[in-house]
Design a protein around this ligand. Structure first.
Ligand code: FEO
Ligand code: CA
Ligand code: CA
Ligand code: CA
Length: 689
């Protein structure tokens, strides 16, 4: 480990950026969003069965991708719903213990992946590892765009797994963004960058499909590096894609390069994602706004929409811009006004067909998509839950018009093209005077209430006055502003619990919420540590338009009086800050990864039961190295492995290749490499048990 200065170990102390991130993270991932005005200036109040037996023509494989069954319950209450649901699902009695037995990992600032006693970890695939035939071995100081196009990309985020039998499988991994300051020696900015560096960055975005196989009979998995790897694929910022759904071909999607408005190249800033019941990947374009220049040169009428999406309309070249326009003119909005409208979508990709064209599904709306996780309604329609990860943005869901038909792949692949897109509105049930910003629970003992899903658009019928269906889909944020959606504290991952059917949302933080802006669903001002929201839809039906909600976790140091752990003994829980991605194990325990720990410790992966006596008993399962956030996470369908993406290790203030803040995963004096790791129990126990 490097001899790090205290400032580097604890970037919070010197970091002018709000929240727990390093300034590098702010610049490269979000385009310094924190330093800019809040794009949401709307008047909205601050308040605010399935399944998965899957599937199909590709049988076992597709079924495995989906994990456990989702079952409905008849129970009404948020808390009460879980136990009967578990019983109904035949999940063995975890009501009182949550089935979790490991000893929590202590918070730390070490430059390594730390796992509980009895567990081991290894690295599956690193930035630069060969993915496609002919890819050279990674050479940090001799990287080329040609090599990068065939190698594993940078900053791995969402991870999902498609079994190819018991001991072989595919990983899909998102590559969210590039951190050029850590990738290239002497890098200053996009204007001074070499053209080769910019081409490398374009190729390091996107996603990868890689084949992996099980090591012996353990929970360890390894990258397949020899023989035929017929599914391996790289998708980048230049891969040909197409639009589908109601907005495809709309004038707002047409550019000088594409008069059809149906063909687009590449995807950008793909953060989290989901899988479909027919076994494809949904990958979410998040902070796409930062990749463009020339916003000052777009027609005046178009500027308000750009501003609402965080695109600068005053500067020709926003500071820190990667200058993709130097390689591809389309990134200059002064010349290609609509190019930015072609990003910010949910992209569907078939991991089993490396020649397939990725599809941007316009029916799911356009915003800073964090993820899209699917479930089925009681009558078999496909539902996708989605967050818009920016401060004061909204939570959405899409419900398909038609039903999922098991095995009818061609039909199923049309489901995401027609349906209703909703946005969430939350109402508290306690008097406003009792939500005082201190985090103190109101007299009824919970931050909770009711809510509704407000329809924005159904197929090509708009529900928003003054906007056509296509406009609602392309300018979804503006549509949601008009219908009174609730401004939330950065909605990240949203996912349905396969055991109790409730929806869990990670609200990561929001340093900008003022005391006057607190509401029962976002009860703390300057919310540094975030919270978890639990939604129980009416009759536990994913197609319902009303719901009850509660906040089971208000995060932070348990010694901080403003925190809440569902009433569990706070002296026993792990500190948790900035929940980002969520996942479930087969018992319905909620796994939470963090990004931007504001408690001066490394990020990590946590697990918490959501039912029984241990509801709220948060335990830290692992910590990631210096400067990294924890992405993924994914519990393998057989429950024997957990995959995490270790994103941006060493991304700390002042870090450079000449003075790396991390040497993970290769150690010695190596450069840090974003990588996917796997953790398993040495005696083959199920993860966490
Ligand atoms: Fe890419 Fe919302 O984190
Ligand atoms: Ca209440
Ligand atoms: Ca995220
Ligand atoms: Ca997730």
């Amino acid at each position: 480990m490097a001899n790090l200065s205290p400032g580097r170990l604890l970037p919070l102390l010197t970091d002018p950026h709000k929240g727990g991130r390093s300034s590098l993270t702010c610049q490269f991932r979000c385009g310094n969003a924190c330093a800019h005005d809040i794009p949401n200036t709307s008047e909205n109040r601050y308040f605010g069965d399935v399944v998965a037996e899957a599937v199909s023509r590709r049988g076992v494989l597709r079924a495995g991708a989906l994990g456990a069954l989702v079952v409905g319950t008849g129970a009404a209450g948020v808390v009460a719903a879980a136990a009967p649901a578990a019983a109904e699902a035949g999940v063995e009695g975890h009501g009182s213990r949550g089935n979790l037995r490991f000893t929590a990992v202590a918070p730390n600032t070490e430059d390594k992946l730390t796992v509980p006693e009895g567990y081991e970890s290894s690295v599956v695939v690193r930035w630069g590892d060969p993915v496609l035939p002919g890819a050279p071995e990674f050479d940090f100081d001799a990287q080329t765009a040609e090599a990068q196009e065939k190698q594993f990309g940078y900053n791995c985020d969402f991870v999902t797994f498609f079994p190819l039998g018991r001991d072989r499988g595919l990983l899909w991994v998102n590559h969210e963004y590039t951190d050029e300051v850590l990738m290239f020696r002497g890098y200053t900015d996009g204007t001074a960058a070499t053209e080769e560096q910019i081409k490398i960055a374009l190729a390091a975005h996107g996603g990868s499909v890689v084949e992996i196989d099980r090591a012996g009979r353990t929970g360890e998995w390894k990258l397949v590096t020899s023989g035929r790897r017929r599914y391996n694929r790289r998708v980048t910022a230049t891969t040909e894609m197409r639009f589908s759904g109601p907005a495809a071909g709309h004038d707002l999607l047409k550019t000088p390069d594409d008069a059809s408005g149906e063909k687009v190249f590449g995807m950008l800033n793909n953060c989290a994602g989901g899988t479909t019941p027919w076994g494809t990947v949904l990958t979410a374009e998040e902070n796409f706004n930062q990749y463009f220049v020339g916003g000052n040169g777009v027609p005046a009428a178009q500027k308000p929409a750009l501003t609402r999406y965080g695109v600068s309309t005053t500067q020709a070249i926003p500071s820190g811009n990667r200058r993709f326009d130097r390689i591809e003119e389309r990134f200059d909005l002064a010349k290609h006004h609509n190019e930015v409208n072609r990003f910010g979508w949910i992209v569907e990709i078939d991991p089993l067909d490396p020649d397939s064209t990725p599809i941007k599904r316009t029916a799911l709306g356009r915003f800073a998509h964090e993820a899209a996780t699917t479930s089925l309604s009681k009558d078999g329609r496909v539902v996708a839950y989605m967050g818009d990860d920016s401060r004061f943005e909204y939570i959405y869901k899409f419900v398909s018009k038609d039903r999922f038909i098991r095995g009818h792949d061609r039909h199923n692949r049309t489901l995401l093209d027609e349906g209703t897109l909703y946005v969430a509105k939350f109402t508290g049930d306690s008097p406003k005077s009792e939500i005082d910003g201190s985090g103190k629970l109101p007299a009824d003992g919970e931050f909770d209430g009711k809510g509704e899903w407000i329809p924005l658009v159904s197929g090509d019928k708009s529900h928003v006055e003054g906007m056509s269906a296509a406009e609602v889909l392309i300018y979804t944020r503006l549509a949601a502003d008009k219908v009174g959606a609730t401004k939330m504290d950065r909605p990240e991952d949203v996912e349905r619990n396969p055991v109790n059917g409730a929806i869990y949302v990670a609200l990561t933080n929001n340093s900008n919420r003022t005391p006057a802006q607190v509401d029962e669903a976002n009860p703390r001002p300057a919310n540094k540590h975030g919270h978890i929201l639990e939604i129980v839809e009416r009759r536990d039906d994913a197609a319902a338009t009303t719901f009850a909600w509660a906040l089971p976790l208000v995060c932070g140091d348990p010694k901080d009086a403003s925190t809440y752990f569902a009433g569990f003994d706070k002296s026993k829980v792990s500190p948790i800050s900035c929940p980002d991605n969520v996942a479930f194990d087969a018992a319905g325990n909620l796994w939470i990864s963090t990004d931007g720990n504001a408690l001066e410790k490394n990020d990590g992966l946590f697990v918490v039961p959501v039912s029984g006596k241990e509801r709220g008993y948060v335990r830290q399962f692992l910590t990631v190295p210096v400067g990294a956030e924890t992405c993924g996470p994914l519990i393998a369908p057989d429950q024997l492995s957990v995959f995490v993406a270790v994103q941006h290790p060493g991304e700390s203030d002042d870090a450079t290749p000449d003075a790396p803040a991390s040497h993970w995963p290769d150690g010695g004096d190596s450069q840090p490499r974003p990588s996917v790791a796997v953790v398993w129990h040495t005696k083959g126990k199920k993860i966490g048990s």
